[in-house]
Design a protein around this ligand. Structure first.
Ligand SMILES: [Mg+2]
Length: 168
């Protein structure tokens, strides 16, 4: 068990793998579009079932060790019902907060007493954020970037011990 009280997890790209139907790989860029010119949000808006059917990522087992498990996720209003159903199936113990855009999550970091585990590529600063490495954030400058669950496990234990620092 990991003390999760100061650890906030993003959902999409970190614990749930949202992807274009028929596209096996992670998108190469944050603004990737499908063959019809739709970005991922537009594709999902037209087929909300994708939210229910999306698979877990390689990090979810580590998240399941966190008690409590805090998730903070940016979800449009029309996605939330389906996303809550996904969470009921995959992470029923999670304490979930929905926000409307990625920047609203930063409120939870203001006191500098929490860490956010996130894949979003466009924050101006990654202080108090551990970045999950994905192709679409490869150019993002983050002091603590992880590529594998075991690396994240190490970062989390350092953080809990007070040994993870941000010098940016
Ligand atoms: Mg995300």
């Amino acid at each position: 068990m990991i003390n999760g009280s100061r650890i906030f997890w993003d959902l999409d790209g970190v614990l749930r793998r949202l992807s274009f139907p028929n596209y096996p790989n992670w998108p190469d860029s944050w603004t990737q579009r499908d063959g019809s010119g739709n970005d991922i949000c537009e594709v999902i808006d037209k087929n909300l079932e994708i939210l229910l059917e999306s698979p877990e990522t390689e990090y979810i087992e580590l998240a399941r060790e966190c008690v409590p498990l805090h998730i903070v996720s940016s979800q449009p209003d029309n996605w939330r019902k389906h996303t809550s159903k996904w969470l009921d199936v995959h992470l029923p113990e999670a304490k979930v907060k929905y926000v409307s855009n990625a920047f609203q999550k930063l409120v939870y970091l203001e006191a500098k007493t929490r860490v956010l585990i996130e894949d979003y590529p466009l924050y101006p600063s990654y202080e108090n954020i551990i970045l999950i490495s994905r192709p679409y954030n490869r150019n993002t400058k983050a002091e603590h970037r992880v590529t594998y669950p075991d690396e994240l496990r190490d970062k989390i234990s350092q953080y809990i011990k007070g040994d993870l620092v941000w010098n940016q």
